[in-house]
Design a protein around this ligand. Structure first.
Ligand code: 13P
Length: 256
């Protein structure tokens, strides 16, 4: 986090956890803990059924609400999908796209993710584009190839001016939900590489401004050292974001 012009983002991805009632109970405990917390953006991504209530509960607080996914079409016969218009109407400002669980469990490919990114910027959302290699890809020396492909395909349909809506989340698949955090060297190397790729895609000014988050077993005990790395501008947190006290410690990472 060497460049103070990049405002850090601490984001919670709750995945398929918490009913709407449980989400409200979380906010009752969490919001007082982060009240008045400045100099960072705080984003929480609950399940679809909790979004409207979450937006209402978090209005006039430091917390912004994200959706965990979004289809790219505005409406139509797409059973089970959620459109940009539905999220706009719910008051949602952020979406997570291309999460590794979407890619690997639900078979989302780079092409579809590129369409979703385009649709999200066209509908004025801010978004997290998630990228990351599997252990097999890392072990076979394919990390750069995988990250390049995911970024290039994910961003190929947008223009340089759209990048201000985008944050990249580097989440090595083998570090997600495993308790096995990437080492500081591995994180630095990947984030430096991602920033270099963005420079090639959209120019050095965009690359200096874009925020790159790390995700994968981030917790109160390791967030400060991860956030201290030069090219890390935030964290996308799964398991450790489910408890109010734990996520509040992550949001106030300097104090750990
Ligand atoms: P964990 O923090 O549980 O490893 O999950 C990371 C993640 O996938 C956030 O999107």
């Amino acid at each position: 986090m060497s460049d103070s012009k990049r405002v850090p983002i601490l984001a919670a991805n709750w995945k398929m956890h918490k009913t709407s009632q449980e989400a409200m109970a979380f906010f009752d405990a969490f919001l007082p803990l982060v009240d008045g917390c400045s100099g960072r953006e705080v984003v929480v991504a609950p399940s679809f059924v909790a979004l409207e209530k979450a937006v209402e509960r978090c209005s006039a607080t430091v917390v912004q609400v994200a959706a965990q996914n979004m289809y790219f079409k505005e409406q139509g016969a797409y059973t089970g999908e959620i459109s940009p218009m539905m999220l706009q109407a719910a008051g949602v400002k952020w979406v997570i796209l291309g999460h590794s669980e979407r890619r690997h469990i639900f078979g989302e490919g780079d092409e579809l993710i590129g369409d979703k990114v385009k649709s999200a910027v066209d509908h004025a959302f801010s978004l997290f584009l998630c990228i990351g290699e599997t252990l097999e890809e890392r072990d076979s020396g394919k990390i750069e190839e995988v990250l390049s492909r995911q970024l290039e395909k994910g961003l190929e349909k947008i223009s340089a001016s759209d990048y201000e809506r985008i944050a990249i989340a580097y989440e090595p698949v083998w570090a997600i939900g495993t308790g096995r955090t990437a080492t500081l060297d591995q994180i630095s190397e990947a984030h430096g590489f991602v920033r270099k790729l963005i420079s090639g895609l959209a120019g050095s000014t965009v690359a200096e401004q874009i925020r790159i988050l790390y995700g994968g077993s981030v917790k109160p005990a390791n967030v400060k050292e991860i956030m201290g790395l030069a090219d890390v501008d935030g964290a996308l947190v799964g398991g450790a974001s489910l408890e109010p006290e734990s996520f509040a410690k992550i949001v106030k990472f300097e104090e750990n």
